[in-house]
Structures are given as C-alpha cells and as structure tokens.
Design a protein around this ligand. Structure first.
Ligand code: ADP
Ligand code: MG
Length: 313
C-alpha cells in the first residue's frame, strides 16, 4: 500500500508544483494523467525518494519514503522521463552498469541476473548490440529492466510511451501490464490512450492538484448522454468553440468532425448523440474542474475520489 498525504512541493522561484496531493494505492496499475507542467515528474521523483517535498508524507507499506529513502529504495523501481544511456555500451553492459550503481546483488551473480532481466523485457536478442542502435522502444525496455531489478513493490514510470511508434507502444503496454500483476505500478502520461489501455484506475492532475480520481468506465459514464457529434464547415468552428464546449475536432475530407459536451442535452442543430470516449471525459474534467481550481475553490487540493466522475467502489 502506497499512501501519500498533503504533498506540497515549492521550487525556488517560487513555483508551486504540487499543491497538497492525497493518494492511496494498492497493487495494480495506476495512471496519473495530465498535461505538460501539471506536476507529474515532480510527483514521481518524490515517490522515488529522489526529491524532497516541501511538506507532506509518502509511505510504502508503512515505511516512510521521505524520512528514510535509503531503506525504502530497494523496494522501488523508477524509470525517469529522461533516461540517460551510454550509447557506446552494449545493452548488457549498460544494464550491468545500472545494476551496480543501484547496488543490486543476486545469488547467482549479477551477470546472470542481467541476462534474466534482458530476457524478461525481450531484449536478449540485442544484448550484445550497442545501445546507440536501439530503437526508442528498446531503450525503454532496457530502462524497465533496471527498474524491476530486485523485484520492487512499487514501480514508477514517468511518461514512458512518449516518442514510441504504435507498434513499440503496444509491446511496451504488454510489458507494463505484466508488471502490474503483483505490484503497484504508477504510470504518468499525457496520452489518454495509455490510460484507456492500461489503467483500471487513474487520477487527473492539473496545476499540482489531483482534480479527479476515477476509473475509465466511471469517467465515461459520468458524461453519458452529454456528448454529441456533428460536422461543421471550417469557418464555423471558431464560433462553435466560443459558445460550446468542444471536446474534439478532427478534419475529415476538408470538414470538421466535431464533438461537443452538452450536459443539458441541447446539442447544436444537426448534431447526433455519441458514445463518450475517455478523451471526451478527460477534456471535460480538465475544463470544468480546472476552472474551479483556478478560482481557489479547494485550497487544500483534496482529491475528489470519483465523486465528480461518477460513483465507483
Ligand atoms: P510535468 O512532469 O507534469 O510536465 P513537472 O513536475 O516537470 O510537470 O513540473 C511542474 C512545474 O514545476 C512546472 O511549472 C515546472 O516548470 C516546474 N518545475 C519543475 N522542475 C523545476 C525545478 N527544478 N525548478 C523550478 N521549477 C521547476
Ligand atoms: Mg514530466
């Protein structure tokens, strides 16, 4: 069990990156979804015991990560957003280097552990190749190999799918899903699809606050009957955006296929009811909750635990 209480981080400037985050997580995959600058990496670094918060607490199975990071670090695996590699090393050499840095030991020796880990992330075939020839997905898998050394209880992965092509992303999804079978995995992302594919539970973070904690299904159900789709001429889109809550506008054959959120059930003329997607739900949450947060409605930033996005247990 991971427990986060009243977490605040103020950087010199001052920049308030986290404004009082509360979160309780049990094993499984948890998504932290939010735009650039929302505070995701700050949160992840604090969870990893690498950055000291201004105030608040983080405990993993009762052990205090902030007061005693060195005691808890063996139970943590972390894949940072910017992961540095030595391009001239082979994948195997790089992994061995990282394992030594981390202070990992293994009964059968560290070399056989490295081979096991490479096998686990499907990189055995490239063990002797230089990292500089690795694709983005292969690098991320190598990053996961070091993160899971020592079988950590908590794995923290910060925007791991950014920059992966669709096929690599899919492979990486499978690997992450496996990891979450018996441990807590916290995945941060700005990509809604990551959450839709992987996360039975997620929170939306904006301006250093968790503005919702919910499930993909509950988030979609909360806006059922309120999403409508229609086609408009490009020239009419700005006006529609001004008077309506547009959740999506994509160009199809030179015209805009547009989705709007109309909770009162009064769509623009010619618009038809549409099944809500998680993307719709995210954009609605970001707008409506974000406005309240901007007004200072919740000075403590207490997460809403799904009360906005629909009931779930
Ligand atoms: P995200 O990962 O969601 O993009 P970050 O946690 O990186 O968000 O950043 C949150 C906010 O804190 C941003 O406004 C960012 O500019 C600021 N920030 C991040 N790191 C630092 C730092 N070392 N010093 C000052 N401000 C920082
Ligand atoms: Mg980040």
């Amino acid at each position: 069990m991971l427990s986060v209480r009243d977490l605040v981080k103020v950087y010199p400037g001052p920049v308030t990156a986290l404004q009082g985050v509360q979160l309780d997580l049990s094993p499984g995959m948890f998504g932290l979804l939010g735009p650039n600058g929302a505070g995701k990496s700050t949160f992840m670094r604090i969870l990893a015991g690498l950055l000291e918060p201004t105030s608040g607490s983080v405990t993993l199975d009762g052990a205090d990560i902030i007061a005693h990071p060195e005691m808890v670090r063996a139970k943590l695996g972390y894949l940072p957003q910017e992961f540095g590699f030595y391009p001239h090393l082979t994948g195997e050499q790089m992994l061995l280097h990282l394992l030594r840095l981390k202070g990992v030991t293994a009964q059968g020796g560290i070399d056989s552990l490295a081979r096991e880990l490479l096998d686990r992330v499907n990189l055995s075939f490239a063990a002797k190749r230089r990292v500089k020839g690795y694709s983005g997905g292969m690098r991320q898998r190598l990053g996961i190999a070091q993160a899971i050394a020592g079988d950590p209880r908590l794995v923290i992965v910060d925007e791991p799918t950014a920059g992966l092509d669709p096929e690599e992303r899919l492979r990486f999804y499978h690997l992450l899903a496996e990891l979450a079978e018996n441990r807590i995995v916290v995945l941060s992302t700005h990509i809604v699809e990551d959450v839709a594919v992987l996360c039975p539970q997620f929170a939306v973070i904006r301006s250093g606050r968790l503005i919702a904690r919910t499930t993909p299904r509950a988030a979609r159900e909360a806006i059922a009957g309120a999403i409508f789709e229609g086609t408009v001429q490009p020239a009419d889109l700005p006006e529609l955006r001004r008077v309506r809550h547009v959740t999506q506008a994509i160009l199809v054959e030179g015209r805009h296929r547009v989705r709007v959120y109309a909770p009162a059930g009064d769509p623009p003329a010619g618009f038809e009811p549409a099944t809500p997607t998680l993307e719709d739900a995210y954009l609605v949450l970001m707008r409506t909750e974000g406005l309240e947060a901007g007004n200072g409605a919740r000075s403590t930033g207490v997460p809403l635990a799904g009360d906005r996005a629909g009931a779930h247990s």
